[in-house]
Design a protein around this ligand. Structure first.
Ligand code: NAD
Length: 428
């Protein structure tokens, strides 16, 4: 297997291409990002020193519309990872039938080390560097790991300063007060919840008898935990970067969320408290959480956490990938052989980009929708696209992941064919 994250991501495409008829040239073109921007962002720190951070923005494909994808702040960000994430966004938007291409960006930084003012300077500095590359009809960023709605608000404001006009539609995931959408904050978790609800209904699983472990308790992990807990699912374990907690009878999710939130101090944009700070709960490692004896495992933190080293030990029968790229290709083959169903990232976590699309539509029309309208639209789209993927999987005897990639490829292929392929220009 290639070491490079982008090449590993493309291996999924190569697998899917075996099951779908699209012209070779279309498939070939998806192996290359449309455009790559590499920047350095100098930031004056509070103590007067200057630090320079490296950042990237990649547009993978604009076949279906302007680029769409998050901006990540994490020490491990590098160009190959950003290219892989941009490629996944192309597939995700295609699976959800959204009028967007794929893009992604990130800065190599540990944002928890920065003060709030340093974080603002970095975020505004990044936008000044990439302002000519993005735009409401070109490439629309959004939050991702360790970026949040406040940061999106700063970025929108800075972009508007640069172009000398108010541009709420340049970025999604903004605070409500700055043109954000109702329902956006919990949309990724809610979208995943709809997928899981459909799958468990299909299998006749009762919520109260279904146990769930969630790896990662940030935006996406907390939102799905809350919905599952409300429905009666037994969320027995959750974790964050500080470790994991377990209660076989089911955790009190609202209390844990409250505990995490109380750790968000005024001088920091991030929670300083871990789920492990809860009283009276058993703690375990993140690695042990992944192999717990549960019905459903939800990776909701980082990529490459389910690998060939632990895939044989996974005991869940369903994996719902809320994180992007949590399962390596080698692990996927093991899970497939062991009959474990994986709802892939490009489908399971697509609720976020779907409501980002609704936010963009609202910003462009000036017509703002209620939370009920947003949730209804999200439910309708998730259920319908999930149904199409499951139908394709059963028709072609594919895994859910292979079927999702096939559907994405069919849609990308149709757009490429409409522009004309070799067959058209060669007169075949
Ligand atoms: P977040 O920053 O809000 O939360 C990340 C969580 O992961 C935190 O709880 C953090 O403590 C935890 N974490 C970090 N390192 C960890 C480790 N080594 N082990 C266990 N936990 C660890 O991020 P988020 O927005 O919830 O995103 C999580 C995943 O979901 C990412 O892969 C992201 O790309 C994906 N995603 C998010 C959205 C969205 O709208 N937020 C949309 C699509 C996909």
């Amino acid at each position: 297997m290639p070491n490079n994250a982008f090449e590993r991501a493309l291996a999924r495409l190569d697998e899917a291409a075996k099951h779908v008829e699209i012209p070779e040239e279309t498939f070939h073109r998806l192996h290359y990002p449309k455009a790559v921007l590499s920047v350095s962002v100098p930031v004056r720190m509070d103590d007067g020193r200057l630090r320079v951070f490296e950042g990237y923005r990649v547009q993978h494909s604009d076949l279906l519309g302007p680029g769409k994808g998050g901006l990540r702040y994490h020490p491990d960000v590098d160009l190959d990872e950003v290219k892989a994430l941009a490629f996944w966004m192309s597939c995700k938007c295609a699976v959800m039938d959204l009028p967007y291409g794929g893009a992604k960006g990130g800065v190599a930084v540990d944002p928890k080390e920065l003060s709030m003012l340093e974080l603002e300077r970095l975020s505004r500095g990044l936008i000044r560097r990439i302002a000519d590359f993005i735009g409401p009809e070109v490439d629309i960023p959004a939050p991702d790991v360790y970026t949040n709605e406040r940061i999106m608000g700063w970025m929108m404001d800075e972009y508007s300063e640069v172009v000398r006009k108010r541009c709420p539609d340049v970025i999604t995931g903004k605070p409500l007060a700055l043109g954000g959408s109702r329902g956006r904050a919990g949309a990724t978790g809610r979208g995943g919840y709809f997928c899981l609800r459909e799958l468990t209904c299909e299998r006749d699983w009762k919520a109260t008898e279904t146990s769930v472990a969630i790896h990662g308790f940030g935006n996406a992990g907390q939102a799905i935990a809350r919905l599952l807990h409300k429905d009666g699912f037994k969320v027995v374990a959750v974790s964050d970067s500080g470790g994991a907690i377990l209660d076989p009878d089911g955790l009190d999710i609202p209390r844990i969320i409250e505990g995490k939130r109380s750790g968000k101090s005024v001088e920091s944009a991030y929670c300083r408290k871990s789920v492990c700070d809860q009283d009276g709960v058993e703690t375990l490692s993140n690695a042990d959480l992944l192999t717990l004896d549960v019905d459903v495992l939800i990776p909701a933190a980082l990529d490459d956490v389910i690998t060939e080293d632990n895939a044989e030990q996974i005991q869940a029968s369903v994996i719902l990938e809320l994180a992007n790229g949590p399962t390596t290709l080698e692990a996927d083959r093991i899970l497939d052989r062991r009959g474990i169903s994986v709802v892939p990232d490009i489908l399971a976590n697509a609720g976020g980009v779907t409501v980002s699309y609704y936010e963009w539509v609202q910003n462009r029309t000036g017509d703002y929708w209620t939370e009920e309208e947003i949730d209804q639209r999200l439910e309708q789209r998730m259920v319908s696209q999930f149904g199409k993927v499951l139908a394709l999987a059963s028709e072609k005897d594919l895994s859910i992941r292979q079927a999702a990639y096939c559907l994405a490829l069919q849609r990308l292929g149709a757009a490429a064919e409409a522009l004309g392929t070799h067959a058209l220009f060669n007169g075949d």
